[in-house]
Structure formats: C-alpha cells, structure tokens
Design a protein. Structure first.
Length: 42
C-alpha cells in the first residue's frame, strides 16, 4: 500500500483483556482507511 500502512502487534491475549483499547483501535483503523492509510493490529 505504498508505505501508508501501520501494523501494531501486542502480546498474546493482551487485546482480549483490554476490550476498550481494541474497540478504539478498530475505530482508528476506520478513520485512517478513509484517509488512505492502513492500520492493522493483532
């Protein structure tokens, strides 16, 4: 994607134990996609 991407990696189980952060990251990914960027996390 022409260098317009960001990938975040968290320790196993971290996102599951921080559901509000996961929700905020999903929302941020949506905002960034509208601006032509890609945000992925796992």
């Amino acid at each position: 994607m022409n260098g317009l991407s960001l990938t975040l990696e968290f320790p196993a189980g971290w996102l599951a134990s921080h559901p509000l952060t996961r929700l905020e990251l999903k929302q941020e990914a949506s905002y960034l996609q509208a601006a032509g960027f890609s945000l992925t996390f796992s």
